[in-house]
Design a protein around this ligand. Structure first.
Ligand code: BES
Ligand code: MN
Ligand code: ZN
Length: 481
């Protein structure tokens, strides 16, 4: 799909559809309203159209043009970044549904072009491969607005990163095991101009990655660790080196601490953290920020078998700490433990990890906000700020030292699960903190937000791609933070 910007009049365009985002309670653009024969003001005055965020009114034909459909998209009263983003995604999905090939978005002066173009790209995602594909008719989206084409191009690159993450999260685990995921990550990394390294199970054993191996050993499909590095030509003078670490459990059965059958199929999404980081780093490779960034993706399949780790087994992580595996279903923190240690060894000055880590995060925050934990207020604040500016929502959770108590071992340095369910998201975060060696670090628990259970105007059921945009924007704006 082609996204372009047009700073002239929309009447110069030949398009199948027009989409007009409208702020609730605001008067419509007078010239446009007049051109449409007073249609906008009439709809508003009649009360038929109230402009609520997510609302869409469809009108057939615009007089004296070839336009087949006109969509009015509600932004709500005081649109925030996420409303602009969603309205743009909705415009594309509506146009596709109406079999329109080309759509022009008529944008007011205050419209944030970058976010809108990201929303357009986001709205063009379709679940791939496994069902007969209906034709996706939208090939051309034109933003009628003042702005630069380069802004739109940056947005399209970002959207491609998000949609890569979504595609991978939606893939079933029979087609995406650790090795397939690692190969795809390496391929996408190379295409994005990144330095690529794939560590197999032998390399992991040599490195002493006992925690990753313990999680992977129940599966016939061995684990992988992928490193993708963006090395800028004009590096930041600060010498900062940001690491993006992702949990890539390609399927989480729970292991011998087996999960119930109910909804277990959703656990193909347990590589969502790694997919997020892959989406971000491939966009970063193309956007070429001056910050040095390395992405570490740890892939494993958590299966029960005769070779699986047992509850009660004591394993040794890469940093030498011993861990009693109380619950084999608390596997994400184990694979991340070694990946975080590796990040510190490779010279990380800042680390962000993303993971579908705990069911508890859905209890705390539902599917609305990503939990944000860490040991460095400046880094957490920077993430929350970038999120706010691009329309992704985070919420900090506390990290008092007492939350580590339930994770201290009786027979070992640490245990991987607490004996009760209290503060499950935080105790998992405290566990991870033991492996960053004091490096400024933030942990995003996306277990509640990485999957959308109910179709929304701007996206269908499936992977949300949450946090990719925040991370890309953070990388681009790093120097200015
Ligand atoms: N991948 C899951 C997190 C998860 C659970 C996401 C349920 C969505 C729904 C993670 O590996 C896990 O199983 N966590 C356990 C930890 C517990 C055993 C300490 C959990 O949250 O139940
Ligand atoms: Mn688990
Ligand atoms: Zn898991």
């Amino acid at each position: 799909m082609n996204i372009t910007i047009h700073s002239g009049n929309w009447e110069e365009l030949q398009v199948d559809a027009l989409a007009i985002p409208l702020i609730a309670g605001a008067a419509p653009d007078a010239a446009l309203d007049a051109r449409l024969g007073g249609l906008l003001s009439e709809l508003i005055e009649s009360g038929e159209w109230n402009g609520k965020a997510g609302d869409c009114t469809l009108i057939h034909r615009v007089p004296d043009t070839a336009v087949k459909r006109l969509f009015l998209l509600g932004l709500g009263e005081a649109p925030m970044p996420r409303h602009w983003f969603a309205a743009a995604g909705q415009a594309v999905r509506q146009a596709a549904k109406a079999q329109c090939r080309s759509v022009a978005l008529l944008l007011p002066d205050e419209a944030p072009v970058r976010l809108i173009a990201e929303g357009v790209g986001y709205g063009s995602h379709r679940p791939s491969g496994y069902q007969e594909q209906k034709e996706w008719p939208v090939t051309e989206v034109i933003l009628v607005a003042a702005g630069e084409q380069s802004t739109v191009d940056h947005a399209a690159i970002t959207a491609d990163g998000i949609n890569l993450a979504r595609e991978l999260v939606e893939m079933p685990a029979n087609d995406l095991g650790p090795e397939e995921f690692a190969m795809r990550a390496a391929q996408e990394g190379a295409l994005a101009g990144l330095e690529v390294e794939v560590l197999d199970e032998n390399a992991l054993a040599e490195m002493g990655a006992g925690a990753i191996l313990a999680v992977g050993q129940g599966s016939a499909r061995p684990p992988r660790l992928v490193r993708l590095s963006w090395v800028p030509g004009n590096p930041e003078s600060s010498g900062d080196h940001l690491f993006l670490v992702g949990k890539g459990i390609t399927f989480d059965t729970g292991g011998l601490s087996l999960k119930p059958a109910n909804s277990m199929e959703k656990m193909k999404y347990d590589m969502g953290g790694a997919a997020t980081m892959l989406g971000a780093i491939t966009a970063i490779g193309r956007l070429k920020p001056s910050l040095r960034i390395t992405c570490l993706l740890v892939m494993a399949e958590n299966m029960p078998s005769g070779t699986a780790t047992r509850p009660g087994d004591i394993i040794t992580a890469m940093n030498g700490k011993t861990i009693e595996v109380i619950n084999t279903d608390a596997e994400g923190r184990l694979v991340l433990a070694d990946a975080l240690t590796y990040a510190t060894r490779l010279g990380a000055t800042h680390i962000i990890n993303a993971a579908t880590l705990t069911g508890a995060v859905s209890v705390a925050l539902g599917n609305i906000r990503v939990a944000l934990l860490g040991n460095d207020k400046a880094l957490s604040d920077a993430i929350a700020t970038q999120g706010r500016d691009c329309g992704e929502r985070f919420w900090p959770l506390p990290m008092d030292p007492e939350y580590l108590e339930p994770m201290k071992g009786d027979m070992s340095d640490l245990r991987n699960a607490s004996s009760n369910r209290k503060a499950g998201t935080i105790t998992a975060g405290k566990f991870l903190e033991q492996f960053v060696d004091g490096t400024p670090w933030a942990h995003l628990d996306i277990a509640g937000t990485a999957w959308i259970d109910k179709t929304q105007p701007h996206c269908g059921k499936g992977a949300s791609g949450i946090a990719v945009r925040t991370l890309v924007h953070l990388a681009e704006n790093w120097a200015r933070d």
